[in-house]
Write a new protein. Structure first.
Length: 372
C-alpha cells in the first residue's frame, strides 16, 4: 500500500527517503513542495530528481481529506467539514482577525472524555485521526485561502476542534512538528496551542517532547464540580493538574498557561466561584491567564449560557485579583462554527440521545450545582 507522506514529520520523511536510497536534502525538497507549495503531484515537483519521482510514484502519495462542505460566516469565519471515512466527519475553522489568522484544528473524530457541556463529547468517540489527517486540515486551509501574493494566512493554530489532543498523542506530536518546522509551516511555538481537558501524565510528556503553548480547560474551581463537568478530573484531580501546569510553564514557550472556563448559567459562574478560583491558582502558584468562553448551547445539553453581566462580573473579579482575563468573542455562530458545536449534523443522533439520557441519569446538573 502506498504511504501517505502527510503522516511524516521531516525526520520521518528523511527516514522514508533513506529507505528509498535517497539523501536527506531530497526529503527537505519534497517536504517543502508538499507543505510550503501545497503540491501533491510528484510530476510537478520540478526540481526533484526524475529517479526520485519515479520511486515515489509507486510507493507514496499525498493524501488530502475530501471536503464535504465549506461555510463562510458573515464575519469571515470559514468552516470546513472533512470526510474521514466510516460515516465520520471532522471540522476545521479559520478565524480571521485584524492582524492574524487562527486555525482551529481537530485531533479525533468524536471524543471519549465526555464533558457535560460539549457537543463533541455527547457524540462519543469514533477514532483517532492520523498525523496526515491532522496536518491535511492545516495544509488545505492554508493553500485554499492563500492569495496570489503567496503570503501566509494561518499564523496561529489551536488544537481546539473536535477531540482531546493528548489522548491521540502519538499522531499529534509529529503533526505539531510539521507545523513548527521551518521547511513546513514555520509557526512559532508560541503560536501553536494544544488545548487539553487535563491529562496530567501527557502534559508532562508534551513538555519533554514538543513544548508549545498550553491551554487547559478548567471550567470549575473545585474537584466536586469539575468531576461532574469534565469526567477525566476524577482520575487525577485539580491539584495534580495545576502542579503539572506549573512544571509545564518552566519549559514552555510562553510563561503562563491559559485556563479556559466555559461560562454555564447557574453552574460555575457565581462570584464566590471566581473567588474560589483565585484562591485555587494562588495556592498552587500557577502562572496563568483566563479565557472565559460563553457557552454555546445545543439542545441536548440542558444547560444555558451565562448572562453577559455575570460573565463580565466574573472576569472583573479575576482581573481585580491580578489575572489577565479575556472573554472569548463569539465568532461564526451563524454557521455553527463556535466551540463545541462541531460536526453535529453528520452524526447519528439516535445513539447520541441515548448516551445523553444515560449521562443525565448519572450526572444530574442539580448535583453539579450542589457541588459548589
Ligand atoms: N479537548 C480539548 C480541545 C477541544 S475543546 C479540550 O477540552 O480542551 C476546545 C474548547 O472548547 C475547550 O475549552 C472546551 O471546553 C470548549 N467547549 C466545548 N464545548 C463547548 C461549548 N458548548 N461551548 C463553549 N465552549 C465549549
Ligand atoms: Fe472532549 Fe474537549 Fe469536548 Fe471535553 S471539551 S468532550 S475533552 S472535545
Amino acid at each position: 500500500m502506498a504511504v501517505n507522506l502527510l503522516d511524516f514529520d521531516l525526520e520521518g520523511l528523511a527516514a522514508f527517503c533513506d529507505s528509498l536510497g535517497e539523501k536527506r536534502f531530497r526529503a527537505v525538497q519534497l517536504f517543502r513542495w508538499i507543505h510550503q507549495k501545497g503540491e501533491s503531484d510528484f510530476d510537478k515537483m520540478s526540481d526533484l530528481a526524475k529517479s526520485l519521482r519515479g520511486k515515489l510514484a509507486g510507493a507514496a502519495l499525498v493524501q488530502s481529506l475530501p471536503v464535504i462542505s465549506e461555510h463562510v460566516s458573515a464575519d469571515g469565519t470559514t468552516k470546513w467539514l472533512f470526510d474521514v471515512g466510516g460515516g465520520n466527519a471532522v471540522e476545521t475553522v479559520y478565524i480571521p482577525e485584524d492582524d492574524r489568522g487562527t486555525l482551529c484544528v481537530s485531533s479525533q473524530a468524536g471524543c471519549a472524555v465526555g464533558c457535560r457541556f460539549c457537543s463533541t463529547g455527547h457524540q462519543g468517540f469514533s477514532r483517532n485521526l492520523s498525523t496526515g489527517e491532522i496536518i491535511a486540515q492545516l495544509r488545505y486551509a492554508e493553500h485554499r485561502l492563500r492569495g496570489p501574493d503567496g503570503e501566509r494566512v494561518v499564523d496561529n493554530v489551536v488544537m481546539m476542534g473536535m477531540g482531546e489532543p493528548l489522548q491521540n498523542y502519538a499522531a499529534v506530536v509529529p503533526a505539531l512538528r510539521v507545523m513548527l518546522d521551518d521547511h513546513g509551516y514555520g509557526l512559532s511555538r508560541r503560536r501553536v496551542t494544544v488545548s487539553t481537558s487535563g491529562m496530567v501524565a501527557m502534559i508532562d510528556r508534551l513538555r519533554e517532547d514538543c513544548p508549545v503553548a498550553l491551554a487547559v480547560s478548567l471550567h470549575a474551581p473545585n474537584d466536586a464540580l469539575r468531576d461532574m463537568l469534565v469526567p477525566i478530573n476524577r482520575k487525577d484531580g485539580i491539584d495534580a493538574l495545576l502542579d503539572a501546569c506549573v512544571r509545564y510553564v518552566e519549559a514552555a514557550p510562553r510563561d503562563f498557561v491559559t485556563f479556559e472556563y466555559c461560562m454555564l448559567d447557574g453552574v460555575n459562574d457565581a462570584p464566590e466561584q471566581a473567588e474560589e478560583l483565585v484562591q485555587l491558582v494562588r495556592r498552587r502558584r500557577v502562572p496563568c491567564k483566563f479565557n472565559l468562553i460563553p457557552f454555546n448551547p445545543f439542545p441536548e445539553s440542558g444547560l444555558k449560557r451565562s448572562p453577559r453581566d455575570r460573565v463580565t462580573a466574573f472576569a472583573k473579579l479575576l482581573q481585580d485579583a491580578g489575572f489577565v482575563t479575556t472573554i472569548r468573542k463569539v465568532r461564526g455562530d451563524d454557521i455553527d462554527a463556535a466551540c463545541g458545536q462541531l460536526a453535529g449534523e453528520v452524526q447519528d443522533r439516535t445513539r447520541a440521545r441515548e448516551r445523553l439520557l444515560e449521562r443525565r441519569r448519572t450526572i444530574p446538573i442539580a448535583a453539579a450545582e450542589g457541588g459548589r
